[in-house]
Design a protein around this ligand. Sequence first.
Ligand SMILES: [Zn+2]
Length: 271
Amino acid sequence: MPELPEVETSRRGIEPHLKNRTITGIKVRQHKLRWPIPKNLPALVCNKKIRQVGRRAKYINLQLDNGNIIIHLGMSGSLRICRKDTPAEKHDHIDFVMSNQKVLRLRDPRKFGCVLWTDKPLDEHKLIKSLGPEPLGDDFDTDYLYNRTRKRSCSIKSLIMNSHIVVGVGNIYASESLFKAGINPKRKAGSISKARIEKLVDAIKQTLSDAIRQGGTTLRDFTSESGKPGYFAQELQVYGRAGEPCPVCGNPVKQITQQQRSTYYCSKCQR
Ligand SMILES: [Zn+2]
């Protein structure tokens, strides 16, 4: 599933081909994604210029003068830029044709992604307005997370994966960040000192920035005609390494289940 770093990498990959270009047409081959593609989308966006290619959480938005196209990649979606005459393949559901004869193409085999429209500011959209801050933004800092953890008895792992607290900390990144910060994923959120919360905030920012940096080098070609932008396998310290020696102390990495998701951690290094 594309996580925040992959979505940000996609955004950076497509932006230079779209910004300040005019959308000249839309070709919809499959209307039924997670939600139906709005029937009036072509009328709303054709002959409009893309002012910005933004991202909020895992939503990419193409900002036009009259509103925003919102794109989510769901479980299996990917975006690429190709020439207008490149034949579409089976799961290529929608093309945005640009004034430079290029096409932004959404491929989504499992069809859990979406393409939506809003004429309001992006932050007022119902899917977005209740989301927590961006993990790499200045609003997500020690004071913020410390205050949000107080009196919370849920595990710290489930708290940082809650998109109302902070967006984009997926299962892999939660395990990796808690390892970096030396915090046991089962620990009650409200019992963690401010100094350790500071470490955790730094670890989350570092883990996600590293993933984006790595994505930028792995997924460098968004215009490849073969067009299979794979998601990148990051170098992970504990995630998926049950039984292997902890890279810090050598103790075997443990695997447990929390909220039906696998957690990996070192019981010696993480308290
Ligand atoms: Zn260890």
